[in-house]
Design a protein around this ligand. Structure first.
Ligand code: FES
Length: 56
């Protein structure tokens, strides 16, 4: 499922990036471009980030 349509970034890609060390929204923006255009994906991407960090 795409989370960020502007950059065509899926939830899977976000989870993989977090597993590779991303731990902030800034990391996800830098690495994948999430939230760098319209910003509509930020709340969902942030929720995924927090869920994944809790698991680590
Ligand atoms: Fe992610 Fe627009 S959907 S920046």
């Amino acid at each position: 499922m795409f989370v960020c349509l502007c950059k065509a970034v899926s939830d899977k890609a976000i989870k993989q990036n977090i597993a590779s060390g991303a731990c902030t929204m800034r990391d996800l923006k830098t690495n994948l471009g999430v939230g760098s255009q319209c910003g509509k994906c930020v709340s969902q991407a942030s929720a995924i980030l927090h869920n994944e960090l809790v698991k680590q």
